[in-house]
Design a protein around this ligand. Structure first.
Ligand code: 4AD
Ligand code: MG
Length: 432
């Protein structure tokens, strides 16, 4: 007898099959029991008829606890009422692993309780749907960049440098030296771009940020392309095409997951339209001041209320371009049209999800970069290799970083970033 998962039911209609699963719920009357089963791919119903299986097996079915693992044998039947279209008429049940007093019951639980039981909470339909979207975004990312001739490069996670500022670093000892967990692979990706032209990375990054918001994780995954012979304008086009591609693929491949999450597909469709609007930082400040944000001054960084307001003016993600030099990292190239600003952009997602991409054109000239390293009080010895890139055939180059979990939160439409990671690392949470 073939062992299947129930998503393959259509190929086994009216045949007897074996399925390995967990019991998520059940109800029964005197003659019939309905088992709700999860095989890891889909949820489905098993029907147990007392008349067919006999008293002993029927009693066993009726007594199965939530999350007991079972091997069921049965016949695949068509069932119009289930979203799957099929159910299983059960013939036999073997208990694999018992389960007693499963802590997460069908009633509502508080967030802290669920986070403490994250290792079990992952079994829910909702978490499954979110992980499916996350997986699709990862899959589509590899596809997008491979199709466009980018080479995947893995920058190191243990580093001696701090591309995004020194305040948010996780420090560790590297034998006798000091080391940090990577905040961003960018500097290494610049070296790779000088070797291979177009490259992208996709890996874990760490920020020891004391932020406890719905957008911040301590450990998150970043996707960072870097492109030689590319100015910032061309990079913006890659960014919007990439994000629209992610949304398109999630709509096309994760229909059931989006339905489970109650995501409005019409809304998502709007995000596949290009180009995305752009606003100069200076104009954004003006817009904010004109709309009651009197506290904001030219030169200030934006907080989430500011980002949310600017995003609310559009039905698509919006680029805020050309930020003040003073609030951006040392490696960004000065904007020749306004030297107080740099050639960079943040892409702000709609619906209050905030910045999902940060990107810029990099300084390609040795003198300027060398001066910046000094004026930002960075150790020139640590950055000697990075400066080397400006000595041997330096070229204009640009790149960006997309935060995977922010993208997942936005595309799934969920409230908080903590559910986008299987085991989120949050402020004050390392368990489980
Ligand atoms: O804007 P950031 O700090 O940019 C960089 O690190 C650049 N070196 C990227 C590059 O040009 N190669 O971070 C990029 C993105 C943000 O837009 C956001 O989506 C995400 O990373 N991000 C976070 N996501 C979750 N939790 C946090 N604490 C995050 N910090 C940044
Ligand atoms: Mg940023």
């Amino acid at each position: 007898m073939t062992t299947i998962t129930m998503d393959q039911a259509a190929n086994h209609l009216n045949q007897e099959v074996t399925i390995n699963a967990w019991v998520t719920n059940k109800r029964s009357s005197g003659k019939i029991a309905f088992l709700q089963l999860r095989d890891g791919v889909v949820n489905f119903q098993g029907i147990v008829l007392k008349q067919e299986v006999g008293e002993d097996l029927f009693d066993l079915a009726k007594g199965l606890n939530q999350e007991t693992s079972v091997q069921v044998k049965g016949v695949v039947q068509a069932d119009d009422r289930s979203s799957l279209g099929y159910e299983l008429l059960v013939k036999d049940i073997q208990v694999i692993g018992e389960s007693h007093d499963y802590p997460i019951t069908p009633k509502d639980h508080g967030t802290d309780f669920l986070m403490d039981h994250r290792h079990l909470w992952l079994r829910s339909n909702r978490q499954h749907a979110i992980m499916q979207v996350r997986n699709e975004i990862i899959r589509a990312t590899y596809e997008f960049f491979n199709d466009r001739g980018f080479l995947k490069i893995d920058p190191p996670i243990l580093t001696g440098s701090a591309p995004e500022g020194t305040t948010e670093l996780f420090h560790t000892k590297y034998f006798d030296e000091d080391a940090y967990l990577s905040q961003s692979g960018q500097l290494y990706m610049e070296a790779a771009a000088m070797a291979f032209g177009k490259v992208f990375s996709f890996g874990p990054t760490f920020r020891a940020e004391k932020s406890k918001t719905r957008r911040h994780l301590i450990e998150f995954w970043m996707m960072e392309p870097e492109m030689a012979f590319t100015d910032h304008e061309a990079s913006l086009q890659v960014q919007e095409e990439y994000v629209a591609y992610l949304v398109r693929n999630v709509i096309d491949h994760c229909g059931l997951a989006l339905e489970t999450l109650g995501r409005d597909i019409q809304q998502l469709e709007k995000y596949t339209q290009l180009p995305y609007p752009r606003i100069e930082y200076s104009d954004a400040v003006q817009l904010l001041q004109d709309n009651g944000f009197e506290d904001i001054q030219w030169g200030d960084d934006f907080g989430s209320p500011h980002e949310t307001f600017i995003a609310s003016q559009n039905d698509q993600p919006v680029f805020i371009i050309n930020w003040p030099r003073a609030i951006k990292p040392f490696y960004m190239k000065v904007n020749p049209d306004n030297p107080e600003t740099v050639l960079c952009a943040d892409m702000i997602a709609p619906e209050g999800y905030g910045e999902i991409i940060g990107g810029s054109q990099r300084i390609d000239d040795y003198e300027t970069l060398s001066e910046n390293i000094k004026s930002y009080q960075l150790d020139p010895e640590v950055y000697a290799w990075y400066l080397d890139l400006r000595q041997y055939g330096s070229v204009p180059h640009s790149g960006f970083g997309l935060g995977l979990e922010r993208a997942v939160a936005w595309i799934t439409g969920i409230e908080h970033i903590r559910e986008t990671s299987p085991f989120p690392r949050l402020l004050n949470r390392l368990y489980p």
